[in-house]
Design a protein around this ligand. Sequence first.
Ligand SMILES: Cc1ncc(COP(=O)(O)O)c(C=O)c1O
Length: 285
Amino acid sequence: MVNIDGKICWGEEGRISVLDHGFLFGDSVYEVVRTRGGRLFCFPEHLERLRYSAEKIGLRLPLEGEGWRREIRAMLEWSGLEVDVYIRLIATRGVGELSLNPFSCVRPSYILIVAPLPVYPRRYYTEGCRVELTGVVQPFYGGGGSNIKSGNYLHHVLALREAKRVGAVEGIMRNVEGYITEGSTSNIFFVRGGILRTPALRCGILAGITRGLVLELAEGLGIATEEVEVGVEDLFAAEEVFITSTTKDIMPVGRIGERRWGVGPLTRRLMEAFEAGVERHLMEI
Ligand SMILES: Cc1ncc(COP(=O)(O)O)c(C=O)c1O
């Protein structure tokens, strides 16, 4: 279901103007939040990242934190949905001239999309999923901090396209220096010599909320972590690999190209700790 500037309807009936710069140029920011047992997971962290993204592109958010929550509540009441959901919060530049000029757009718009959560096959978690190392070079809009979660996802789409063509669930990108960055909608971790490593924010990645939780959990478990530049050879020399995202949680990687892995002991420990720690990050809608 869709909510456009406060008007709720079923997905296919939702309409925005073709002159909205979000549609024309990907001039928008967004977040994907999920519920667990009917409660919002890591909601303050997602709002914080939405504010960061909006600030980086000079977009005034049309709703504040409580406003987004109120709209979510209204949508769930409207639908009567009782399953756990995926919630996409979008703020677009709005309608303007048929030029890139963001100052021609007078009023930003907000859009929420609520849908049942995607369900991944159980075996992805028990045996590992297949991921593809793609040829996509990812742009970095972050400028100092982490990347912006904008509506401009063409590189990510192309990475996922490469992955899907070989039957993989996720496509990994690199930055202009050739270092590994992230998946189309996930962050990547690997274990070598007992150390958990993941690309540093300066490599041009999104500061994944799940990534942050995993780093915190690892610290709590006494596992050494490093946020570093990761070369392709580091990845292939790893003993364990996994990806993380809001909809996937911690998903072990069983294969990249012809290199195969099982679900390693450290990945298992983190998956268990993640499950056990979920409760602390839940809030009523
Ligand atoms: C490019 C990219 N990297 C990483 C992630 C994972 O972030 P999170 O754990 O906050 O869902 C996402 C989420 O969609 C993403 O789009």
